[in-house]
Design a protein around this ligand. Structure first.
Ligand code: ZN
Length: 115
């Protein structure tokens, strides 16, 4: 193999490595975004499951005690929503159950203050 040929092969390989490096960087960025998104979804899922459990339990409670829906369960429901909001989730009709990314939500706050 001639030296010139080897040299041009090395140049070519260097270019390909450069392209690989760029692609690797892009993949790394996408991976970071996916991990972040996955984390947010896992958190959201966990909270929704918890809420669902609480809802099931309170519905079962209402079924057995029958008589009156009562003020108590309404108050508890409101407390649950308030807690959910303070844990960083929307409780408003607009974005219910999703993560509050940008601080306070006026819809949520007006909903909380209705009581
Ligand atoms: Zn909201």
């Amino acid at each position: 193999m001639e030296k010139k040929e080897i040299f041009s092969q090395v140049i070519h390989m260097e270019e390909r490595i450069g392209t690989f490096h760029d692609e690797l960087g892009e993949l790394k960025e996408q991976l970071a975004m996916l991990i972040e998104e996955n984390h947010a979804l896992a958190l959201e899922n966990q909270h929704l499951r918890k809420l669902l459990d609480e809802k099931d339990t309170s519905e079962q409670g209402n079924d057995t005690t029958t008589s009156s829906p009562g003020k108590k369960s309404v108050g508890e429901g409101h407390d649950n929503l308030a807690r959910l909001y303070h844990e960083g989730f929307h409780i408003c009709n607009m974005h219910y159950g999703s993560l509050r990314a940008n601080g306070d939500c006026l819809f949520c706050l007006s909903f909380l203050n209705q009581k």
